[in-house]
Design a protein around this ligand. Structure first.
Ligand SMILES: [Zn+2]
Length: 286
């Protein structure tokens, strides 16, 4: 495939910054609500405003998320995450910016990961600001809801699941375990919420230092991720996109590969290590 050749030579040049989205985690069993499968498209993600202002919406979120969390917590990195970690170990990838909140890049062994939208395995208190583990919150939620059982119909990338109203009404939420009264929220950026400015600045710095920007599994629908593609293009940094289906960044990209990541990334990793071996080993001096 011609585009795969172009992708290989770009990545073999090193200095790559990866920008990953939900499409990279679908093969770990976490559905992409904007991806081609469209499994969870009927689902509207929780907004920050509804979460903080509407107690009913908040209870619905925690009830669903209480179930969805099991699936997210049980998810393992797939061949795509492992290929990225391998390219990083080979010295070709400098940093990973991810829109995913599942922690799977780190679990696959990637370092220098900027989690743009936070992490689902951490919980923040909106009053005292303390961060605690989701595991601890999960334990407390199970204690508060000993009889809560429901069949999980579907799980969405934000750890939410579909659940009937009567199950939601019976669910008991808990407050912050540290200050005792604060409202807790998963430490992820909800829709309607802005990414912390410092985190965005770190991403822009990484992108501006990059030799190329490699987008993996994101349709770049939201500006939160697309802005890095636009910045790279403006700076003359080549952009490559691997995604199933068209993206809103295709116009900025010099290489677009429309294929499943689970097939492309291991092939890319193999080709890059092959081409590097023929020119005398990894990584190329930079
Ligand atoms: Zn608190």
């Amino acid at each position: 495939m011609e585009s795969l050749d172009a992708l290989t030579s770009l990545v073999a040049g090193g200095g790559v910054v990866v920008l990953s989205g939900a499409g990279l985690s679908t093969e770990s069993g976490i559905p992409d609500y904007r991806g081609p499968s469209g499994v969870a498209r009927r689902h509207t993600p929780m907004t920050y405003q509804a979460f903080t202002r509407d107690p009913v919406a908040r209870r619905r979120y925690w009830a669903r998320s209480h179930l969805g969390w099991r699936l997210i917590a049980g998810a393992a990195p797939n061949v795509g995450h492992r290929a990225v970690a391998g390219l990083q170990r080979a010295g070709l990838v400098d940093a990973v910016i991810t829109q995913n909140v599942d922690g799977l890049h780190g679990a696959a062994g990637s370092t220098s990961v900027i989690e743009l939208h936070g992490r689902l395995d951490e919980v923040t208190c909106l009053d005292c600001g303390n961060l605690t583990s989701r595991e601890e919150l999960d334990r407390r939620l199970r204690e508060a809801n000993p009889d809560f059982t429901a069949r999980v119909a579907a799980v969405n990338p934000d750890g939410d699941v579909d659940l009937p109203d009567e199950q939601v009404e019976a669910f008991r939420t808990v407050d912050c375990g540290i200050c005792g009264t604060g409202m807790v929220k998963p430490d992820v950026v909800f829709f309607g919420e802005t990414v912390p400015a410092q985190r965005v600045a770190r991403c822009f710095e990484a992108v501006e230092r990059a030799r190329s920007l490699l987008v993996l599994g994101s349709s770049l629908t939201v500006m939160s991720g697309r802005r890095f593609v636009i910045r790279a293009a403006k700076q003359g940094i080549p952009v490559a996109i691997v995604n199933q289906g068209p993206t809103r960044g295709d116009g900025y990209a010099s290489v677009c590969v429309d294929a499943p990541l689970g097939a492309v990334l291991p092939e890319l990793a193999a080709r890059v290590s092959g081409s590097a071996a023929t020119v005398g080993g990894l990584p190329a001096a930079r």
